[in-house]
Design a protein around this ligand. Structure first.
Ligand code: FES
Length: 570
């Protein structure tokens, strides 16, 4: 098989000419033949002025290149799409599959023997692993790392759990506009990813659990020298991977996905972790069993005391022993023979675990944050293909709750009416948001954290049962049922709910049910019409997205990108 510069030649009908031309063009940048004969290690450059979570990528690339050169390889950085949560209209989830396509095709198209995937902001590592899984070229992930904590009036702040909490304070009239201005200086004080156990941190920890990055790489702060050293080591590891030929499919096996999902439960991680790893697994022909994931939730305790479920931040997790320490605590629940990018196994990573006297961030089984894991998979007549509830961030008293539905037909409807003082709503009601799923929104926005209606917030209401076909940020909290599948816009039962109906959440029984009799539901189904087409849906990426995106239970990947490419678009 061709390696290095001889891989994937451009098609001119004469391979010798293609290689001749390639060498000539590369030499325009001053490379020598000796350099070009080395194993080539691609490095994704996801720096963007629109992506502060990747603000340290230029420094990381320098260090990765150093590691590659020291190990005898030839580093070649190349740009790909970069996605930041706050700079992605309509949503970052809408663009995740575009980044996965871009990463896949650029890794496949350009001559490289292994690739270092540098990413971090929520959708980027999932997109990169989706692409890498499909190409199945030796690959290693280098997370950009979490930012340091912020400080405000003697309080420690974390993006973005505290962004939401403080915005809720502003909405309730407890802080003023001048203070919100000051807070924008303090909530995200350094480069790097959000430093709570939000989606970015969750994914980084799952990437380490599945064996696709070096031990400790999930949590080293973005601004620390250790992060630079991890970059250099990742470059060297990529050269070793290129030589050994160990591929993503050798590492990301069914057992390794189970390890990653076990960690998702043990860290009380983001609901988005399940969607993204379902999509990555789908690229390798592996189905995630939702019932098994829910069972894991019963046997895996939450051991990490980080916001939003707990009290601390990623830098504290790191100095408490990081992923090797957590993996050691739950080693009996893992397949520690799973291979990793180090050339060894997960057991080798666990052997590096450091005992940090007095730390309380990574708990033992005896001092667990919660007995059962963070995430529960719900069924019931409102969610025939499943829904998720993050129990560790919910209010225990609301886990069994029956209330009157107050329905919002989409994001605009919610924005228009939620804060209307005339809105007929009480704290016992169930807020319903629909047409906010993968196709309905489009892009399944993180709108499932439906704000408490202003008049209730001002009266001191902190939580209500809220249900939707949307996602929510991993940094959010509350009794929130998400990812309801199928979504309302494709005919899911959520679309049949009317304000005034009764809805019952029974977390113990894993059910979310609409208490309306079958004949009435059948009549509503007959009368149901799909929402109007999105503007611009007839062309371009939006058309591709709407044609191909699958439902939440399939990871919202494009149907044609899953292994085998079976068309199962929702
Ligand atoms: Fe990038 Fe939070 S916005 S990780």
């Amino acid at each position: 098989m061709a390696t290095g510069l001889r891989k994937g030649l451009a098609t001119y009908g004469d391979a010798g000419f293609s290689l001749f031309l390639r060498r000539a063009f590369l030499k325009a940048m001053g490379y020598t033949d000796a350099a070009l004969d080395r194993p080539i290690i691609g490095i994704t450059d996801t720096f963007s002025d629109f992506n502060p979570c990747h603000g340290n990528v230029p420094d990381l690339i320098v260090a990765v290149k150093r590691g590659v050169l020291l190990a005898g390889g030839m580093p070649m950085a190349f740009p790909t799409v970069s996605i930041h949560e706050s700079f992605s209209h309509p949503t970052s989830m809408f663009l995740r599959n575009l980044m996965a396509l871009d990463t896949e095709e650029m890794v496949r198209a350009q001559p490289m023997d292994a690739v270092v995937l540098i990413g971090g902001c929520d959708k980027t590592l999932p997109a990169q692993l989706m692409g890498a899984a499909s190409v199945n070229l030796p690959a290693i992930v280098l997370p950009t790392g979490p930012m340091l904590v912020g400080h405000h009036k003697g309080e420690v702040l974390g993006a973005c759990t505290d962004c939401r909490r403080l915005w809720a304070e502003y909405r309730a009239g407890r802080i003023d506009e001048a203070e919100t201005d000051l807070l924008t200086d303090r909530l995200a004080p350094t480069k790097g990813t959000c430093m709570v156990m939000g989606t970015a941190s969750t994914i980084a920890c799952m990437v380490e659990a599945i064996g696709m990055c070096l031990p400790g790489a999930a949590s080293i702060p973005a601004t620390h020298a250790d992060r630079i050293r991890a970059a250099e080591a990742s470059g060297a590891a990529a050269v070793a991977l290129a030589k050994s030929g160990r591929k993503p499919s050798d590492i990301m096996t069914k057992a390794a996905f189970r390890n990653a999902l076990t960690v998702l439960q043990a860290i009380g991680g983001s609901t988005n972790g399940l969607i993204h790893f379902t999509a990555i697994a789908g690229r390798l022909g592996i189905d995630i069993d939702m019932a098994e994931f829910d069972r894991l939730g019963l046997e895996v305790p939450v051991l990490v005391d980080l916001k939003p479920s707990g009290d601390h931040y990623m830098e504290h997790f790191h100095w408490a022993g990081a992923m090797p320490k957590l993996l050691k605590e739950i080693a009996d629940l893992l397949d520690t023979s799973a291979l990793t990018v180090t050339g060894g196994t997960l057991a080798d990573n666990i052997a590096l675990a450091e005992d940090v006297p007095g730390q309380t961030v990574i708990r033992t089984r005896a001092t667990a944050i919660a007995e059962g894991g963070g995430l529960a998979v719900l069924g019931g007549n409102l969610a025939p293909d499943g829904a998720l509830l993050k129990r560790s961030a919910a209010t225990p008293a609301l886990m069994q709750h029956e209330g009157r539905a107050v329905v919002f037909d989409g994001l605009e409807d919610m924005a228009a009416r939620l804060d209307d003082p005339e809105l007929d709503v009480t704290a016992d009601d169930v807020l319903v948001l629909r047409n906010a799923g993968p196709k309905g929104a489009p892009g399944m926005p993180e709108a499932g954290y439906i704000p408490i209606p202003r008049k209730l917030a001002r009266a001191g209401v902190k939580d209500m049962v809220r249900i939707s076909d949307a996602r929510m940020s991993g940094t959010a909290f509350g009794t929130i049922v998400l990812h309801i599948a199928p979504e309302a816009a494709v005919g899911g039962p959520l679309g049949l709910v009317k304000t005034g109906d009764r809805i019952r959440l029974d977390a113990a029984a894993r059910r979310i049910d609409l208490l309306v009799d079958g004949a009435e539901l059948a009549a509503r189904r007959t009368a149901w019409t799909p929402p109007p087409a999105h503007p611009g849906a007839e062309r371009g990426y939006l058309r591709l997205y709407l044609d191909q995106v699958t439902q939440a239970d399939q990871g919202c990947d494009f149907a044609f990108c899953r292994a085998g490419g079976a068309s199962t678009a929702g």
